[in-house]
Design a protein around this ligand. Sequence first.
Ligand SMILES: [Zn+2]
Length: 346
Amino acid sequence: MARPKVKSKAKPKAKPRAAKSPKVEKVIPLHMIPDVQSEVIKTAEGRYLQSNEAMFTFYKRSKGEQSPYFLGLMEKKQIIGARCPKCKLVRVPAFEIYCPDCQFEKLELVELPDTGVMNSTPPITYFANSLFAHMVPFGRGRVMIDGADTGIPMHVYTTKGVLTPRVFKKNTPVKVIFRKNRLGKPTDVFAVPIAELPEKLRAKKGVEEQELDWSRPVEPPVDKPTPETEKAFKSAFAAFQSMSKAVAKSDRAKKDLAGWKRSIQVKTAGGSFIISIDKQNLTVKPGKAKADFVMVSNNPRLFEDWMNSRESLTNAIIADKLWISKNQEFTTVFKLDRLPRSLRRT
Ligand SMILES: [Zn+2]
């Protein structure tokens, strides 16, 4: 006997909300899905065949009692906290319905400002897992929103070039910035030092990432050339030219640059040059020109140390020996850092 169909009353009316970008993001990023292929594994016992197979499970996760907080971020660009009418404690995110300290008094939802201070010096992530790799480098801090008694864990960024340990300290005043495409997730918001914002944005509510000026970092000056730095520059430039030829012949190195197009203005005390990455090749030419981003190092020898695998560009940035004008270009720096190793293995 056929059973009557039961309609669920909790059927969601709205279509699932996807990122508004024309290219819809997948739950599993495409680059993490292996190709259909087999490989032969050789061991002391013999040859074995191994193939890529799939086993997958997806699930939907309810934000439960945290929904007002995440809905506030996604729909209204508001930071919602929960205030206890008895003890007046304000918790944010609003993660509880009843106050555990006041005989389970019902909490009231309140909108909080989008400004606050760091409650400690945030550690910085330069190497993240694949979920966050496109966001590096970011600081992982807790922001004490003005008027709240608890902190919100949040990524922190600077709009003024690369994030180094000098940008944020305990009690640095910050502004919470909203992503353009919000999904009701903790990463819908991040914080920047309020001192970096122009006056008109400091008091504005619900500032979005594209309103920030990421383009005008303060470039560190380089010293006047000396015979010694000019000589080091010539040597580094020649090494770059040899490297360019080696990359053209190395499949491994070309793979590191696949699908990437960038021009980088490099400035050193001994001179300047431009690196171009295009069509899986790396070329260099002396001088200055308009580029996607700028790299500054007083010491031209740094680049030779890098090509000889004595130093990575990533480490040089962390150690303040190399400066880059755009935080997001760390992705390009990672690609460059693979080259010396790939060339050694070719
Ligand atoms: Zn209370």
